[in-house]
Design a protein around this ligand. Structure first.
Ligand SMILES: NC(=O)C1=CN([C@@H]2O[C@H](COP(=O)(O)OP(=O)(O)OC[C@H]3O[C@@H](n4cnc5c(N)ncnc54)[C@H](OP(=O)(O)O)[C@@H]3O)[C@@H](O)[C@H]2O)C=CC1
Ligand SMILES: O=C(O)C1=N[C@H](C(=O)O)C[C@H](O)C1
Length: 272
């Protein structure tokens, strides 16, 4: 049997951090070797299991990134843009692969991720579920098959604690629709409508964000024409789909060359 992969989880007290711990500790293919939280967090210096209210796990929560990454294979990171840039630089320095689920990164922030030439092996995706990544490919195909008589709108719904909009997934879907149409998303994106907006512009791709309660993550891609509508929909009802995808991505990095990859690469859904 091959040795289980050594995985560090960042933002370990967060919604995704906790879900990742559960997913990794129940996998035979991976071992949790480190847990990170920001300096000053109440969990620092505690055993992770005890901090989570269960039995000791023998993994201490730390704010020392370099020391925690020592000897690890992969760091899985669902935190916030500025934190993710720091983790990416530390991971490249340590020769540790970095799986990034963090969303809301601006173009300028993405440009600060270390390039493959600095030995960075990064898998980054706004959504790690198999279902959404299939939906990305379907969206591209449908957009390519339809002309601009079909208005494209991406509608997303999330819990009331989400801090970024549109969601990373909505942007992936918008990007796929734009690629299918052969246009640049930044040229056709309508991200905010309020007041007297004027009629919808033909060919534009609109985004709408709903926030409420404990909604895990729901995404519709609407193709609306005169007389008919096509709706492609994904509903996540449990965060474990994201954690399982992230673990799959972490395991996939074994033996891969430095590079920037996404979940389509991991799932073998990339077009040649
Ligand atoms: N790609 C995907 O499939 C998915 C992506 N996400 C994305 O993952 C991210 C996290 O989501 P979620 O778990 O719900 O969020 P939470 O707020 O529950 O957790 C975020 C964690 O990151 C920590 N953190 C935030 N900022 C920093 C920092 N500067 N340095 C160190 N740690 C930091 C937080 O610590 P503290 O509490 O101290 O701030 C917290 O532990 C979001 O961007 C979300 O959109 C979520 C689900 C799926
Ligand atoms: O913040 C979340 O919760 C989620 N974020 C991701 C996104 O921005 O698309 C993925 C998922 O929808 C949950």
């Amino acid at each position: 049997m091959t040795k289980p992969m050594g995985i560090v989880v960042t933002g370990v007290s967060g919604r995704m951090g906790r879900m990742l711990v559960e997913t990794i500790t129940t996998s035979e293919k991976a071992r949790l070797v480190g847990a990170l939280e920001r300096a000053g967090h109440a969990w620092i210096g505690q055993d992770l299991g005890q901090a989570m209210g269960s039995a000791p796990m023998g993994v201490m929560v730390s704010d020392d990134i370099a020391q925690t990454l020592e000897g690890a294979d992969v760091v899985i990171d669902f935190t916030a843009p500025t934190a993710t840039i720091g983790f990416a630089q530390a991971a490249a320095r340590a020769g540790v692969a970095h799986v990034i689920g963090t969303t809301g990164m601006s173009g300028a922030e993405i440009a600060q991720l270390p390039p493959p030439s600095r030995d960075a092996l990064i898998v980054r995706a706004g959504n790690m579920s198999l279902g959404v990544n299939l939906l990305v490919q379907l969206t591209k195909q449908v957009a390519a098959a339809l002309d601009e008589d079909y208005d494209i709108e991406v509608i997303e719904a999330h819990h009331n604690q989400k801090v970024d909009a549109p969601s990373g997934t909505a942007l992936m879907l918008g990007e796929a629709a734009a690629q299918g149409r052969g246009v640049m998303l930044e040229d056709v994106s309508d991200r905010a409508r309020d007041g007297i907006t004027g009629a919808r512009q033909r060919g534009h791709i609109g985004f709408a964000a709903i926030r409420g309660g404990d909604i895990v993550g729901e995404h519709d891609v609407l193709f609306a024409a005169t007389g008919e509508r096509i709706i492609l929909r994904h509903v996540a009802s449990d965060r474990s789909v994201f954690a399982r995808g992230a673990l799959k991505a972490a395991l996939w990095t074994a033996g891969k060359a430095p590079g920037h990859y996404d979940m389509l690469d991991v799932l073998g859904l990339s077009e040649q």
